[in-house]
Design a protein around this ligand. Structure first.
Ligand SMILES: *[C@@H]1O[C@H](CO)[C@@H](O)[C@H](O)[C@H]1NC(C)=O
Ligand SMILES: *[C@@H]1O[C@H](CO)[C@@H](O)[C@H](O)[C@H]1NC(C)=O
Ligand SMILES: *[C@@H]1O[C@H](CO)[C@@H](O)[C@H](O)[C@H]1NC(C)=O
Ligand SMILES: *[C@@H]1O[C@H](CO)[C@@H](O)[C@H](O)[C@H]1NC(C)=O
Length: 319
């Protein structure tokens, strides 16, 4: 590694890491130049294996544009091509079959999120879209008309969404009049079941420079996690009742004596052993393309960090 992780107190060597971690098969999405890839990602080594390549497309660089339904074993994801045209694909991890799902996006020119409700019958995808008259709305794909039917409007600036299987509810996180707001919907997005105004116990002392992003609900922790940039580096936050709690202080990456910015591409947890992962890419004008996986324990303590060859935009670990 050519850079130093400043706030991280110790770094184990890769060989030490390898001897401590079992192999869990995981499916990941990442980009190569001019290609969107679906593949296998070996968590302990960072090695990857391509299963499917979509030439001329790229994945969006956030976990909000892909989702996994563990009932149907289907990964759904949106990609864009060189004319910024969006396409929806579904990849069956059993048959390794990839199909394009036709969607007419003309009435919903922007999509901000797709989340599966984990339903066994088709029609499981919840979208957050910008409508042709500029509203932000929750929508569901109608597979007969190939359009996204609007179910509910969302106020404020939409940040991210997640599905909670335990309660069978769909959550959206928005900033409404400067307040971080969690909205709770039924699993089909049709009925709004609650609104929680989130509080920042220490808001004044934190130098936050982004909206919340990369929200995930991690089953193995029974909690939401999301990122916000604090002092220019991504920190991970969680919720305790209606309080936003900073759990993982963003490490700083120093390269050639200047601070390099790290972009989080996704957060995910291992359902098998309560480890929490943060995939980041280091952004520096002189240092392009280096990615790291930061690993934390269930108390959100930093364990170690290692370089990875591809930067997953999303990842699902089998249990
Ligand atoms: C668009 O084309 C350029 C040049 O061929 C390529 O580098 C780039 O990755 C392409 N973008 C996408 C989204 O495929
Ligand atoms: C992008 O996709 C659209 C819709 O599928 C297609 O019409 C267009 O030709 C594509 N553009 C490029 C550069 O591949
Ligand atoms: C989806 O359903 C499967 C099978 O019932 C279950 O194991 C899994 O926890 C569910 N996932 C989510 C995100 O609800
Ligand atoms: C806030 O963070 C930015 C980096 O995003 C930094 O440049 C600035 O100095 C910080 N401000 C304070 C008051 O620490």
């Amino acid at each position: 590694m050519k850079f130093i992780l400043l706030l991280l107190s110790f770094i184990l060597s890769l060989s030490q890491v390898l001897s401590h971690v079992a192999t869990y098969p995981s499916y990941a999405l990442w980009n190569e130049k001019g290609e969107a890839i679906i593949g296998l990602f070996n968590l302990p080594t960072g090695e990857s294996k391509v299963l499917y390549t979509l030439s001329g497309y790229q994945h969006y660089n956030t976990n909000q544009y892909s989702t996994f339904n563990s009932n149907t074993n289907m990964i759904s994801f949106l990609v864009y091509n060189n004319s910024s045209k969006m396409s929806l694909y579904q990849f069956d991890i059993n048959s390794l079959n990839l199909v394009q799902v036709p969607v007419d996006f003309s009435q919903t020119p922007e999509v901000y999120s797709i989340v599966s409700s984990n339903s066994t019958i088709g029609d499981d995808l919840l979208f957050v879209v910008k409508t042709s008259n500029g509203n932000t709305a929750i929508g569901k794909l109608n597979e007969n008309t190939n359009t996204i039917e609007l179910e509910n409007n969302l106020q404020g600036i939409f940040c991210a969404a997640a599905f909670v299987g335990k309660t069978n509810q769909y959550y959206t996180l928005s900033v409404v009049n400067n307040v971080n707001t969690l909205n709770v919907f039924s699993s089909d997005g049709k009925s709004k079941q609650g609104t929680v105004n989130l509080k920042f116990p220490s808001q004044n002392s934190l130098n936050i420079s982004s909206y919340p992003y990369d929200l995930v609900y991690l089953e193995s922790y029974d909690n939401f996690y999301f990122s916000m940039d604090v002092d220019g580096t991504p920190s991970i936050f969680t919720l305790k009742n209606s309080n936003i709690i900073q759990v993982i202080l963003g490490p700083q990456y120093i390269f050639q004596t200047t601070v390099a910015y790290a972009m989080v591409s996704t957060n995910f947890a291992n359902p098998n052993d309560q480890r929490f992962f943060q995939a980041v890419s280091i952004v520096h004008s002189n240092y392009v393309g280096n990615s790291l996986l930061n690993v934390f324990d269930s108390q959100s303590k930093f364990l170690y960090s290692y370089p990875i060859k591809v930067l997953p935009v999303n990842i699902w670990i089998a249990n």
